[in-house]
Design a protein around this ligand. Structure first.
Ligand code: PGA
Length: 242
């Protein structure tokens, strides 16, 4: 398993259902990586392209966007943790709000998937976050607490799991919480359980080149999970730059 403590920050590109061979070739040739090797830059394309992109000779890391909770067997269409491990993939996003909302993924599923990933030496990037209604009703911390209680598996610890705080209303909307709100929520997560104190907690939701630096430099923020802005090589280069 990759040693998370070797890195000062994490920049995780979630390409969702975008990209093809041509896009990948162009993106990789235009991308300029930071000189600071302590920044961990992770690209998460659709699983079909993981093998192709991981053969590109760049100082990059790769992640899947989802995985099956089943080990093997009659589960048509699923992708197993062990197949990701065969490809030497280091990370996998789990419980993204789009999977929770569109594909009815529950905290229980998130727990099982994360547990299997850890057993296969793959780091789950476990997403949690509140909806706008929940935020407006002052329920943010309760919602996050439940997602953490039910979603984080027993064998998870700060060496094998990353938490991603992604307010659902901030994803793809151009809206973000204030910097102070982001920092406070990350602090809440880190203080919620004694063992979370050392976890890497990254922020996601409308991260762009004009706010990434401020967000990632907040004291309780260890990096960013980037959707839309990670699809533009120049914009992504600016986000990860020193
Ligand atoms: P966004 O997406 O950066 O486009 O808001 C983030 C995500 O969905 O992980």
């Amino acid at each position: 398993m990759i040693n998370l403590n070797n890195f000062s920050s994490f920049f995780i590109a979630n390409w969702k259902l975008h990209g093809d061979f041509k896009f990948i070739d162009q993106f990789i040739s235009e991308l300029i990586l930071p000189e600071d090797r302590s920044k961990c830059v992770v690209i998460c394309p659709t699983s079909v392209y993981l093998d192709y992109i991981s053969r590109k000779n760049k100082n990059l890391y790769f992640g899947a966007q989802n995985v099956s909770q089943y080990k093997e067997g009659s589960f048509t269409g699923e992708i197993s943790c062990s197949s990701l491990s065969d490809l030497k993939i280091n990370f996998c996003i789990v419980g993204h709000s789009e999977r929770r909302k569109i594909f009815n993924e529950t905290n229980y599923d998130v727990n099982l998937k994360s547990s299997q990933l850890i057993e296969n030496n793959i780091i789950p990037i476990l997403c949690i976050g509140e909806t706008l209604d929940e935020k407006n009703n002052g329920e943010t911390n309760n919602v996050l607490a439940k997602q953490l209680d039910e979603g984080i598996p027993e064998l998870s610890n700060s060496d094998n799991t990353i938490i991603a705080y992604e307010p659902v209303w901030a994803i793809g909307s151009g809206l973000t919480p204030t910097y102070e709100e982001i920092d406070n929520t990350h602090q809440f997560i880190k203080k919620y359980h004694a063992k979370f104190n050392k976890y890497k907690v990254v922020y996601g939701g409308s991260v762009k080149s004009n706010n990434a630096k401020e967000i990632v430099s907040l004291s309780n923020v260890d990096g960013a999970l980037i959707g839309g802005a990670s699809l533009k090589s120049k914009e992504f280069t600016k986000i990860i730059k020193d």
